[in-house]
Structures are given as C-alpha cells and as structure tokens.
Ligand binder design. Structure first.
Ligand SMILES: Cc1cc2nc3c(=O)[nH]c(=O)nc-3n(C[C@H](O)[C@H](O)[C@H](O)COP(=O)(O)OP(=O)(O)OC[C@H]3O[C@@H](n4cnc5c(N)ncnc54)[C@H](O)[C@@H]3O)c2cc1C
Length: 497
C-alpha cells in the first residue's frame, strides 16, 4: 500500500560520495532534492582512502576542502600508477599531493554541508522501482513503515556498482568480468615490527610488496596499530564467503614475515577487477553517476574521485535544466564529457594491474612502464591522468590550448584566490576589459563577472565546475565570441523587469 506522496525537483538515489556531492550542488542552486539511502544508518566503513589533487581543487571551489580535511589523516606527497610513484610537480596546482582521508570522513563532511543547506538524507529508504514519462519521474520507495511514492522532474542513480537504477533503466553495462580477486581488511596488528611504519610519505611506499603468493601492503589508518591490509593473490575465493582471520594472517605473513600477528579485525571485504561502464549516462529524465555508471579495480585510488567529479559536472547542468534556463543540449553534455573520462579511468586501471599468472611478455611490458614512469614527462602524463588534473573537455569555440581545461587557482590579489569566486556555483568571468563585463552583464544571475587589473592568463569564462569555456581568440577585439559562449553554456539571459 502506498503510504505517502512526496514531491521534489530531483531524486538522488544513494548517499555515497557521489550522491552527497550532487545533492549539495543541487541544493546550492536552490533546486529541491530528496536523497534516498537504503541503509538505516551510515556504515562508517571506508573503501576509499584518498582525495586526488583535482578532487581537492573541486572541493576548494565550493569551500568544502577545509571541512573535509577535518576528517583527514594527513597528506601523501605523491600518488602512484600500479605502485610506481607519481609526482604532481609538473602540474600547476595548489594541491600537489593526495589527501589521506577515509571515505567515511568525506561522506560525513558532505552530509554535514548538506544538512547546513537544509537537506537531510532519507535513510532506510530503498528505491525499488520507478517510471518516467514526459511529465516526470515517479519512484517507489520501500521503508520500514511501508511504501512511499516520490515524484520529481529528474532522478539520478548514485546507487553504487550494483545500481538498481541502472538495471531498471535497462542500460547496457559492457565490460569484462573479474579475473583478479583481492581483499581489504582493517586490522589491529600485534607484534608489529619496526619495518612496518606508522606514517607514510606516499602510498606507493606501502602497497608495492610482492611475495610468491600475492601482492599488496599495509597502510596506517591513524589509530595506534590499526592498518589497512590490501592483498591480491591468484586464489579465486567465493565472494560470498567473508574474509577469514586465517586468510588475513597468511597474507600478512607472506608480505611481512611470521612475526606480526592479527588482532581485532574491524572490517574486511572482497573486491575484484570486474570492469564495466554504462553505455549511456542519461535516459531522458534519469541519469547515472559514480559507481552506478562505472566500476573498475581501485588501482591508483580513483573511483571516489571520479564519482565526485561526475557530480560536479552534472550538478549545475541539472539545476539549469530543472529551473528552465538550460540551453538546448546542455544536459546531454554530461554524457559526452564524462563518459570518455570514465572510459579512460577504466583503461588506466586495467593498465595498472597484472593478471594472476602474467606471461613473460606482460611482465616485460610492465617493466618497460616502470622505466618510462621515471622519465619526467611520462611521470607528468600519468600523474595528470590518474589525478584528473589533465581533463580536457572538447568544448565548441575557437580553439585555444586553455579551452576545456580546468582553471588553475589564481591569486588575484595577495591572499585572494579565484577559487573563492566559485563558492556560489556560478560561472566566473575573469577579465581586464570593461567591455567583457558589459557583454556578460545580462547573465549576472549565473555569471560572476570580475574585473581584474592584471591577469597571468588571458581573460577566461569558466563554468561552475571549474572548466574554461571561453578565452578571447587572438586578434579579435569584438565581444562576439564571448556572447556566443554565454549563449552556448548559459542560454538566453533572464529578461530584466
Ligand atoms: C577495496 C576498495 C578500495 C577503494 N579505494 C579507493 C581509493 O583509495 N580511492 C578512490 O577514489 N576510490 C576507491 N575505491 C572506490 C570507491 O570506494 C567508490 O568508487 C565509491 O564508493 C563510489 O561512490 P558512489 O557514491 O558512487 O557509490 P557508493 O559509495 O557505493 O554509494 C552508493 C550508495 O547507494 C545506496 N544504495 C544502493 N542501492 C540503493 C537503493 N536501491 N535505494 C537507495 N539507496 C541505495 C548505498 O547504500 C550507498 O550508500 C575503492 C573501492 C574498493 C572496493
């Protein structure tokens, strides 16, 4: 029996990092949002342990980095590509490091910000079905008290790798099945030898251990003797069987010797390298984001980051669509921009993993990658790819090397950074020309136009997600190209009274 009817603008299914980031973006734009999660309470468990530099920048664009950092355990000075160290020195960023933070901390900070915006996650609310037509989406939600119907303009499935939304949409999920089986276990160690450090400079220092039985390593988790063990072996366990203390002990002994023992096991879980991507991120009024849209081996620490960045790309577009101000085709650019980014992550995680019994040719190829990754230019390339700093969307307009790329944070005046201009999730025009300001004036509700005495870059119009969508073409003194870009991304300006 349907008990209750709720109406909203957007239903977000899932309160993982992707759903929470998206809900924050929608709420910030003044869009009504209902966030559903089937869990009665937050699990507190953390699969992911890091923020990549681009995700730190994205959080900075919303004033979220410092609140998120409150739950961080520190920074790692470098990342890795299949265990090979990566540095961010070649990238212009204020955050050339990874934030070491358990996923639960990211979720907590995002949920706290969402509550500040007046939105509470509806827990114990499981989406069990939905229909859509020209008029909207109708979702059926199971709760302990009975069934609930929620109606909205749009619904976004941020409901993880086994997404109900994706399955019910019938969207294909092509890719490859698991061939590599691994587990994580958060364990307290007993008799920890000094060779297991309690602080890490870089995560690759920890995870690159190999024995003839398997590979992995230990990452300190910020509490005395609590470590995350990651272990991959040739064994093919039944995924439904919980990870046993014996399994954890034998992995630990294989990597670190027999001295160290396993104490309390706080949490353990199996995972694989099953790699798949939704063929479409949008079917009319229903969209997919985060793990619901893509799954892959967690090599290099990218999945949470990819999901948060999906949400950043989608949020302002969906808000514009719901509020009736989106230009034609804007919402479809979510798929055209983010599907290739996801596909590239799937590809690079495949390139980072060795099969259980690698052939001599595969091993030779991996040795070659190890050598190449030491070359500064190759290292920069890999660091840009894994961190998300090199994302380059194919935007229309006169070609320019900056077009489609992220705007690095610019110090406009001492201590005053361009990132703060993005806090309200508006586009940002940075220019030295009063004419540009005049051209953009009709879009003032959506575009924060700022006149700067001097700029280290040419003038830029940057979307709310931090990607540059216009710079003046060389030798073009007219405002026409700016006008075109404003129409392309922000539609017809609101009429003035
Ligand atoms: C072992 C391991 C280690 C990892 N390490 C890293 C790392 O270091 N760095 C990194 O970036 N990524 C890492 N990842 C990946 C990362 O954890 C995921 O990419 C991330 O959790 C995806 O977030 P999400 O919000 O898209 O989905 P999820 O976190 O899966 O959240 C989905 C939410 O939807 C809810 N839900 C599901 N179905 C329904 C329904 N029908 N109705 C209502 N609610 C529903 C769930 O309860 C859940 O809260 C790792 C993954 C694994 C397995």
């Amino acid at each position: 029996m349907v008990m209750e009817l709720r109406k909203t603008d957007v239903i977000v299914v899932g309160s993982g990092p992707t759903g929470l980031m998206l809900a924050n973006e929608l709420a910030l734009a003044g869009v009504g949002v209902v966030v559903l999660d089937r869990l009665a309470e937050r699990s507190g468990q953390s699969k992911a342990l890091n923020l990549q530099p681009r995700t730190a920048e994205v959080f900075d664009l919303r004033g979220l980095l410092e609140p998120v950092r409150r739950y961080a355990l520190g920074n790692w000075g470098s990342g890795h590509f299949g265990g090979r160290p990566l540095t961010y020195e070649g990238w212009e960023t204020r955050h050339p490091y990874q934030v070491h933070i358990p996923q639960a901390g990211v979720e907590r900070a995002l949920e706290e910000r969402l509550a500040e915006q007046g939105v509470q996650v509806s827990r114990g609310h499981e989406l069990v079905g939905f229909t859509q037509d020209d008029a909207g989406v109708r979702a059926t939600v199971r709760t302990a008290a009975g069934e609930l119907r929620v109606e909205a303009e749009y619904l976004v499935g941020c409901d993880g790798g086994r997404s109900t939304v994706r399955k019910q949409l019938g969207v294909e999920f092509p890719g490859t099945d698991a061939s590599l089986f691994a587990f994580v276990a958060d364990v307290f160690l007993v008799n920890r030898p000094a060779t297991i450090p309690t602080r890490l400079r870089s995560v690759h220092d920890a995870i690159g251990r190999r024995s003839d039985k398997g590979s992995g390593g230990l990452i300190p988790m910020g509490e005395p003797d609590l470590f995350r063990l990651i272990y991959t072996s040739a064994a093919r366990p039944d995924r439904t069987v919980p990870v046993s203390v014996d399994e954890i002990t034998s992995a630990l002994h294989a990597l670190y010797g027999n001295e160290v023992e396993v104490g309390e096991v706080r949490w353990a879980s199996r995972f694989t390298n099953a790699t798949r991507q939704a063929a479409q991120y949008r079917v009319d009024r229903v969209l997919l984001a985060g793990d619901a849209a893509h799954i892959h081996f967690p090599a290099g620490g990218q999945g949470l980051n990819l999901g948060v960045q999906d949400a950043m790309n989608l949020g302002w577009k969906l808000a514009a669509q719901v509020q009736g101000r989106a230009p034609d085709g804007l919402l479809d650019t979510y798929h055209t921009e983010r599907h290739p980014v996801g596909a590239r992550v799937l590809d690079n995680t495949r390139a980072q993993t060795l099969p259980p019994q690698p052939s001599p040719e595969t091993l030779a190829m991996h040795r070659l990658i190890t050598d190449l990754a030491k070359l500064p230019e190759a290292n920069r390339h890999l660091a840009g790819m894994v961190s998300g700093l090199d994302i380059h969307y194919p935007f229309p307009g006169p070609p320019h090397p900056l077009l489609g790329r992220r705007l690095p944070d610019i110090e406009l005046t001492p201590g005053n950074w361009s990132s703060t201009l993005f806090h309200p999730a508006k586009a940002v025009l940075l220019t030295t020309s009063p004419d540009h300001l005049k051209t953009a004036a009709p879009w003032s509700p959506q575009v924060n136009a700022t006149l700067i005495p001097t700029l280290p870059t040419p003038a830029t119009l940057t979307r709310p997600d931090g990607h540059i969508c216009w710079t003046p073409p060389p030798n073009d003194p007219t405002p026409d190209s700016l006008l075109t870009a404003l129409h392309t991304w922000f539609g017809t300006p609101p009429s003035r009274p």
